[in-house]
Design a protein around this ligand. Structure first.
Ligand code: DX5
Ligand code: ZN
Length: 221
């Protein structure tokens, strides 16, 4: 259960818009669509104005899924909680540059703990903020909405940063994009160099999740 090697387009369903009372079933449905990862949005009510799930829920879900767990930590103290998420069974940890005291040190520690590492930047954070550490990451996450809620409107200006990130990291690092991704916005972010497409509302608001995932895959071609 690792990040797939760069060079493929991956649609990564975000369970933020799933039915939280039936998470294991919801994940099983997207697993049957042949995705390789599921995106777990962790919010602390401090870094972002919303609260979701943490290690206890993730540890229970781990028993029900073979997908790579792509955890997106929207929390104020990622270094403090990293081990807890690894113990719960995540395979990848993305943390936000805005709250990282020593991002390079945390990336090293995540690698020592046996997970891949990602850095994320908010729509208002310039790419320069991650220039030094992005090449140390396995995946860089570019937010195309302000983090905290699903089903928000895609921000075209934020998406433009993907091209800048691609220049910095080259072809061997995944670039994930998160926020307002659907069949309409997918061609835009793929043309900028994104290869890992997080989608919540566009998948879980539909009754046929497999068709919704395939619609994004088709739009990426
Ligand atoms: C927002 C989260 C996203 C969210 C995206 O803070 O990080 O992962 O689920 O949701 P959609 O795809 O609905 O914009
Ligand atoms: Zn996310």
């Amino acid at each position: 259960m690792q990040l797939p090697k760069p060079g493929t387009i991956e649609v990564v369903p975000s369970i933020l818009s799933a039915d939280f009372a039936r998470l294991a079933d919801e994940i099983a449905q997207i697993e049957s669509a042949g995705v390789s990862m599921v995106h777990l949005d962790v919010m602390d009510g401090h870094f972002v104005p919303n609260i979701t799930i943490g290690p206890p829920v993730i540890a229970k879900l781990r028993r029900y899924s073979n997908l790579a767990f792509d955890s997106h930590l929207m929390i104020s103290e990622p270094a403090r909680y990293a081990e807890r998420f690894v113990e719960a069974g995540v395979n990848h940890i993305t943390f936000h540059i805005e709250v990282a005291d020593d991002p390079a040190e945390l990336i090293d520690r995540l690698h020592e703990l046996g997970v891949t590492a990602g850095i994320c930047l908010n729509p208002d954070t310039p790419v320069e903020a991650i220039e030094a550490v992005a090449p140390l990451c396995d995946m860089v996450l570019v937010m195309t909405v302000h983090p905290g809620f699903g089903a928000q409107e895609f921000m075209p200006k934020a998406a433009k940063k993907i091209s800048q990130v691609r220049k910095i990291v080259g072809p061997e690092t995944r670039i994930e994009v998160d926020g307002g991704i659907d069949p309409q916005t997918t061609p835009i972010v793929v043309s900028y160099g994104a290869d890992t497409l997080v989608a919540g509302h566009a998948i879980f608001s539909k009754s046929d999740r497999i068709a919704a995932i395939n619609a994004i895959r088709d739009a990426a071609k």
